[in-house]
Design a protein around this ligand. Structure first.
Ligand SMILES: [Zn+2]
Length: 195
Protein backbone atom coordinates (compact mmCIF):
# COMPACT_ATOMS: atom_id res chain seq x y z
CA UNK A 1 0.00 0.00 0.00
CA UNK A 2 1.45 3.38 -1.00
CA UNK A 3 1.72 6.19 1.54
CA UNK A 4 -1.00 8.06 -0.28
CA UNK A 5 -3.41 5.12 -0.18
CA UNK A 6 -2.56 4.46 3.45
CA UNK A 7 -3.40 8.06 4.32
CA UNK A 8 -6.66 7.76 2.43
CA UNK A 9 -7.47 4.50 4.19
CA UNK A 10 -6.80 5.94 7.64
CA UNK A 11 -8.88 9.00 6.87
CA UNK A 12 -11.87 6.95 5.72
CA UNK A 13 -11.60 4.56 8.68
CA UNK A 14 -11.60 7.49 11.10
CA UNK A 15 -14.54 9.02 9.32
CA UNK A 16 -16.52 5.77 9.34
CA UNK A 17 -15.98 5.27 13.05
CA UNK A 18 -17.01 8.81 13.88
CA UNK A 19 -20.04 8.50 11.67
CA UNK A 20 -21.21 5.23 13.20
CA UNK A 21 -20.83 6.24 16.81
CA UNK A 22 -22.74 9.48 16.41
CA UNK A 23 -26.38 8.79 17.18
CA UNK A 24 -29.41 10.95 16.71
CA UNK A 25 -31.73 11.61 19.64
CA UNK A 26 -35.19 13.11 19.31
CA UNK A 27 -36.67 14.91 22.30
CA UNK A 28 -40.01 13.28 23.29
CA UNK A 29 -41.47 16.67 24.23
CA UNK A 30 -40.54 19.11 21.44
CA UNK A 31 -39.13 16.68 18.80
CA UNK A 32 -35.90 18.65 18.55
CA UNK A 33 -33.10 16.41 17.22
CA UNK A 34 -29.53 16.40 18.42
CA UNK A 35 -26.61 14.00 18.14
CA UNK A 36 -24.35 12.47 20.73
CA UNK A 37 -21.34 10.18 20.69
CA UNK A 38 -22.52 6.75 21.77
CA UNK A 39 -19.02 5.28 21.98
CA UNK A 40 -18.42 7.10 25.25
CA UNK A 41 -21.34 5.28 26.90
CA UNK A 42 -20.79 1.64 25.91
CA UNK A 43 -20.86 0.39 29.50
CA UNK A 44 -24.11 1.88 30.73
CA UNK A 45 -27.72 0.64 30.47
CA UNK A 46 -29.49 3.95 30.12
CA UNK A 47 -28.42 7.50 29.46
CA UNK A 48 -29.94 10.73 30.78
CA UNK A 49 -30.39 13.64 28.42
CA UNK A 50 -31.43 17.26 28.75
CA UNK A 51 -33.00 18.57 25.54
CA UNK A 52 -30.93 21.54 24.28
CA UNK A 53 -34.10 23.16 22.92
CA UNK A 54 -36.78 22.80 25.63
CA UNK A 55 -34.62 21.63 28.59
CA UNK A 56 -36.74 18.53 29.19
CA UNK A 57 -34.91 15.77 31.04
CA UNK A 58 -35.41 12.20 29.83
CA UNK A 59 -33.50 8.94 29.73
CA UNK A 60 -33.15 6.29 27.04
CA UNK A 61 -31.68 2.80 26.95
CA UNK A 62 -29.12 1.94 24.27
CA UNK A 63 -31.78 -0.25 22.59
CA UNK A 64 -34.18 2.68 22.42
CA UNK A 65 -31.43 4.83 20.90
CA UNK A 66 -30.75 2.08 18.36
CA UNK A 67 -34.45 2.03 17.40
CA UNK A 68 -34.43 5.79 16.93
CA UNK A 69 -31.51 5.54 14.51
CA UNK A 70 -32.79 2.67 12.41
CA UNK A 71 -33.78 3.93 9.01
CA UNK A 72 -37.04 2.23 8.21
CA UNK A 73 -38.65 4.18 5.50
CA UNK A 74 -41.68 2.98 3.58
CA UNK A 75 -41.04 4.46 0.16
CA UNK A 76 -42.35 2.60 -2.90
CA UNK A 77 -41.47 5.66 -5.05
CA UNK A 78 -38.02 6.10 -3.56
CA UNK A 79 -36.76 8.68 -1.09
CA UNK A 80 -34.20 11.41 -0.56
CA UNK A 81 -31.58 11.44 2.17
CA UNK A 82 -30.30 14.81 3.33
CA UNK A 83 -26.62 14.65 4.26
CA UNK A 84 -25.66 15.90 7.71
CA UNK A 85 -23.89 19.27 7.67
CA UNK A 86 -23.30 22.21 10.02
CA UNK A 87 -26.99 23.19 9.68
CA UNK A 88 -28.83 19.87 9.97
CA UNK A 89 -28.81 16.21 10.85
CA UNK A 90 -29.06 13.37 8.37
CA UNK A 91 -32.74 12.87 7.48
CA UNK A 92 -34.74 10.89 4.91
CA UNK A 93 -38.06 11.62 3.22
CA UNK A 94 -40.20 9.42 0.97
CA UNK A 95 -41.18 10.63 -2.50
CA UNK A 96 -44.83 10.57 -3.58
CA UNK A 97 -46.43 10.47 -7.04
CA UNK A 98 -46.84 13.98 -8.48
CA UNK A 99 -44.94 17.11 -7.44
CA UNK A 100 -42.76 16.87 -4.32
CA UNK A 101 -41.97 20.44 -3.28
CA UNK A 102 -38.74 20.48 -1.25
CA UNK A 103 -37.50 23.27 1.01
CA UNK A 104 -36.37 24.41 4.42
CA UNK A 105 -38.83 23.74 7.22
CA UNK A 106 -40.54 26.85 8.47
CA UNK A 107 -43.77 27.17 10.46
CA UNK A 108 -46.68 27.84 8.13
CA UNK A 109 -44.98 26.96 4.85
CA UNK A 110 -46.73 24.14 3.00
CA UNK A 111 -44.34 21.81 1.22
CA UNK A 112 -44.24 18.04 0.77
CA UNK A 113 -40.68 17.65 2.00
CA UNK A 114 -39.84 20.05 4.78
CA UNK A 115 -36.14 19.75 5.67
CA UNK A 116 -35.30 20.48 9.32
CA UNK A 117 -32.33 22.79 8.87
CA UNK A 118 -30.87 26.15 9.79
CA UNK A 119 -29.52 26.59 6.24
CA UNK A 120 -30.89 30.03 5.30
CA UNK A 121 -29.53 29.71 1.75
CA UNK A 122 -32.16 27.01 1.19
CA UNK A 123 -35.53 28.49 0.21
CA UNK A 124 -38.73 27.35 1.92
CA UNK A 125 -39.87 26.16 -1.51
CA UNK A 126 -36.60 25.49 -3.29
CA UNK A 127 -36.99 22.73 -5.85
CA UNK A 128 -39.49 20.15 -7.05
CA UNK A 129 -39.11 16.46 -7.83
CA UNK A 130 -41.93 15.20 -10.02
CA UNK A 131 -42.75 11.49 -9.87
CA UNK A 132 -44.75 10.30 -12.85
CA UNK A 133 -45.90 6.67 -12.53
CA UNK A 134 -45.79 4.86 -15.89
CA UNK A 135 -48.00 2.08 -17.25
CA UNK A 136 -45.22 -0.51 -16.94
CA UNK A 137 -45.07 -0.07 -13.16
CA UNK A 138 -41.93 2.07 -13.15
CA UNK A 139 -41.92 5.85 -12.78
CA UNK A 140 -40.24 8.81 -14.41
CA UNK A 141 -38.43 11.24 -12.08
CA UNK A 142 -37.65 14.83 -12.98
CA UNK A 143 -36.09 17.68 -11.01
CA UNK A 144 -36.72 21.39 -11.50
CA UNK A 145 -35.89 24.61 -9.67
CA UNK A 146 -38.96 26.19 -8.00
CA UNK A 147 -37.42 28.86 -8.82
CA UNK A 148 -35.18 29.59 -5.84
CA UNK A 149 -32.82 32.42 -4.91
CA UNK A 150 -29.62 30.35 -5.04
CA UNK A 151 -30.61 27.81 -7.69
CA UNK A 152 -30.79 24.02 -7.77
CA UNK A 153 -27.74 21.94 -8.69
CA UNK A 154 -27.84 18.42 -10.10
CA UNK A 155 -24.47 16.62 -10.16
CA UNK A 156 -22.85 20.02 -9.46
CA UNK A 157 -24.45 21.68 -12.51
CA UNK A 158 -27.01 24.42 -12.03
CA UNK A 159 -30.40 23.81 -13.63
CA UNK A 160 -31.60 26.34 -16.19
CA UNK A 161 -34.80 28.32 -15.63
CA UNK A 162 -37.25 25.95 -17.20
CA UNK A 163 -35.12 22.82 -17.24
CA UNK A 164 -36.64 19.54 -16.14
CA UNK A 165 -33.74 17.20 -15.54
CA UNK A 166 -34.25 13.44 -15.50
CA UNK A 167 -33.13 11.88 -12.22
CA UNK A 168 -31.39 8.56 -11.86
CA UNK A 169 -30.71 6.48 -8.78
CA UNK A 170 -28.16 8.00 -6.36
CA UNK A 171 -28.18 11.39 -8.05
CA UNK A 172 -26.76 14.21 -5.92
CA UNK A 173 -28.77 17.42 -5.61
CA UNK A 174 -27.57 20.61 -3.91
CA UNK A 175 -29.92 23.36 -2.71
CA UNK A 176 -28.22 26.21 -0.87
CA UNK A 177 -25.51 24.72 1.34
CA UNK A 178 -27.49 21.49 1.67
CA UNK A 179 -26.99 18.29 -0.31
CA UNK A 180 -29.31 15.32 -0.65
CA UNK A 181 -29.09 12.00 -2.45
CA UNK A 182 -32.02 10.65 -4.47
CA UNK A 183 -32.67 6.94 -4.01
CA UNK A 184 -35.00 5.46 -6.61
CA UNK A 185 -36.53 1.98 -6.49
CA UNK A 186 -34.65 -0.61 -8.56
CA UNK A 187 -32.55 1.96 -10.37
CA UNK A 188 -32.32 0.73 -13.97
CA UNK A 189 -28.95 2.27 -14.72
CA UNK A 190 -28.88 0.81 -18.25
CA UNK A 191 -32.00 2.70 -19.26
CA UNK A 192 -30.30 6.01 -18.62
CA UNK A 193 -27.10 5.05 -20.39
CA UNK A 194 -28.94 4.76 -23.69
CA UNK A 195 -30.44 8.26 -23.41
ZN1 LIG B 1 -37.17 19.29 23.73
Amino acid sequence: MSMQNLAKYLLSATFAQKYWTMKRITCPKCEHSFSFDESRYRQVKSISFACPACRKHFSLTLDEIEDMNREEIDAPYGYITVIENQFCYRQSYALQPGDNVIGRHSPGSVVNISIQSGDMSMDRRHCIINVKPLADGTARYTLRDNPSLTGTFLRNEILNDRERATLKNEDIVTIGATTFIVYLPEGDEDEYLTE
